[in-house]
Design a protein around this ligand. Sequence first.
Ligand SMILES: Nc1ncnc2c1ncn2[C@@H]1O[C@H](COP(=O)(O)OP(=O)(O)OP(=O)(O)O)[C@@H](O)[C@H]1O
Ligand SMILES: [Mg+2]
Length: 225
Amino acid sequence: MIKAVNLQRSYQNTGGALQVLKGIELELFPAEVVAVLGPSGSGKSTLLHLLSGLDRPSAGEVFWGELAVHALDQHRLARLRSERLGLIFQQHYLLQDLSVLENVALSGRIRGEFDELRAHKLLEDVGLSERADYLPRKLSGGERQRVAVARALYLKPQLILADEPTGSLDRHNAKAVFELLVSLARSEGAAVLMVTHDEGLVADVDKRYYLLDGILQLDGVNAPG
Ligand SMILES: Nc1ncnc2c1ncn2[C@@H]1O[C@H](COP(=O)(O)OP(=O)(O)OP(=O)(O)O)[C@@H](O)[C@H]1O
Ligand SMILES: [Mg+2]
C-alpha cells in the first residue's frame, strides 16, 4: 500500500551535506499499524514528508500502491494525497478562523463536499462533541491534537501518517492521543504509520521499526490476535 525503496535524503548545510536518510526500505500493508521510533533528529519527520510526497528524496523511490510518487505531477499528487492519506503533523496546523467541526471536515470542504454527520461522528469518537463550535485557540494542546486525528480520518483514508504529538503534550495526553489514533484507525480499517522518539508511547502496534544513523531496522513484530 505504501513502499519505500532505497530512500535517501540529504540536506546541504554550510558545513557540507548532511545525509539524514541513507537507504530506507519499508513496506506497509493494508490495515497494518506500524511505529517508527528514533531519537530526536534521526530523520523521522523527514521520512514522513517523503512518504507523503510533500518532499522529494535525493535518491530512491516511494510508491503508493502501484503509483510511483516521483512520476506524478503536483496537481495529481495533491489530489491523490487527499484521497488516500490522512496526515497528522508534529504541529497540528488547525485553521484558526474555522470552528473545530469545520477543521475536521476541511478536506471535504475543499472538494465541495461537507458531510456534517461524518464530522460529528468523528468528534464524538475523539471525545470532543461539546467542542464542535469552538475555535481551535480555545482548546488545550491535547484537544487540538485530537481534532487533528479526527480530521485525518474524515475522508476515510487507506493510510494515516502521523508525526508525534507536540512536545507541549504531557506524557499522559500524548499516550491518550496515540491510543485513540490506533483504536480509531483499526475500527475504520486504515493503516497507520506513526513516528515518535518516545518508546513508552507505542504499545499496541503490529510492527516497530527503529530509525538510527539513517537506516530503518525492524525492531519487533506482534503476532496478530
Ligand atoms: N530543511 C532542512 N534543511 C537542513 N537540515 C534539515 C532540514 N530539515 C531537517 N534537517 C535536519 O535533518 C535531521 C533530521 O530532522 P527531522 O526533523 O527529520 O528529525 P526528527 O527525527 O523528526 O526529530 P524530532 O524527533 O526532533 O522531531 C536534523 O538534524 C535536522 O536538523
Ligand atoms: Mg520530527
